[in-house]
Design a protein around this ligand. Structure first.
Ligand SMILES: C[S@@+](CC[C@H](N)C(=O)[O-])C[C@H]1O[C@@H](n2cnc3c(N)ncnc32)[C@H](O)[C@@H]1O
Length: 235
């Protein structure tokens, strides 16, 4: 556990430029946001926003805010922050929607703490949209920068300590552990939001969870304890 390696701004300022153009998962998340917000004005926070490609896909009415360790083009709605060194926050604001896609694979031992911080920023009826790689894929690709590798079950278990999980589905399925790139595969799966028994555990690339804040009727104790790191060893 002590040998978890964290990568800092100097690496991410180069690496996150790979996400400057909207990719398959980003477009799917944008559609989910569209469906959730339904034209209502709302405040959205994108944690680990990279070059803020999601902002370009947001429906009118969504006021976009982003946090990242490496912001390339400073703007009032973007804050540069290392979320492993600082508490996730954005000028004391609370949000209707918080998105965290492709970031929890990099939070090492801070997973529980960061989920708790995000939960505290969500408005009462807000939604948290989070993606996490499926490391039970038939041939999982463990990218060298990943500092937080665990099974979907373990991730889901920790997530449910802080949120009510309303839906969970595969962002995409692929024989190889990577987002679909062929036009046919992209078109076929663009609107397919399912989790298929037997198939998804081995072919889902990553999962998307739509969560709401835990209500007063939810009697499981909300965890605020030390960071929890689950099951599988980091690469
Ligand atoms: C795989 S990219 C995903 C970018 C974007 N969310 C997307 O899906 O296209 C991971 C992002 O997390 C950011 N990141 C990594 N470690 C971070 C940290 N400690 N604090 C804030 N952002 C971080 C990186 O700069 C990068 O933009």
């Amino acid at each position: 556990m002590d040998d978890v390696q964290y990568y800092k701004r100097d690496l991410w300022e180069v690496e996150n430029l790979k996400h400057a153009e909207p990719h398959f998962r980003l477009r799917k998340v944008a559609r989910v946001v569209d469906r959730i917000t339904h034209g209502r004005p709302c405040d959205l926070l994108d944690v680990g926003c990279g070059p803020a490609a999601l902002a370009r896909l947001m429906p009118p009415g969504v006021s976009y805010h982003g946090i990242d360790i490496a912001i390339h083009e400073p703007a009032p709605n973007l804050i540069e922050m290392d979320i492993l060194d600082e508490k996730i926050s954005f000028c004391d604001k609370k949000f209707d929607v918080i998105v965290a896609q492709g970031i929890f694979e990099y939070v090492g031992l801070f997973q529980s703490q960061k989920l708790a911080e995000i939960a505290s920023l969500l408005k009462e009826d807000g939604k948290f949209i989070v993606t996490y790689q499926n490391f039970t894929h038939r041939k999982p690709q463990i990218y060298k920068l990943y500092s937080n590798v665990q099974s979907p079950g373990d991730f889901r278990g920790d997530l449910s300590r802080f949120f009510t999980i309303e839906r969970c589905f595969a962002v995409s399925h692929n024989w190889n552990h990577g987002q679909p790139v062929r036009p046919f595969m992209k078109a076929a799966q663009a609107h397919l939001n399912v989790k298929i028994p037997v198939l998804s555990p081995i072919l889902a690339v990553d999962y998307l969870y739509i969560c709401s804040a835990r209500g007063p009727g939810d009697d499981r104790p909300a965890a605020r304890g030390p960071a929890r790191h689950a099951g599988m060893p980091a690469a």
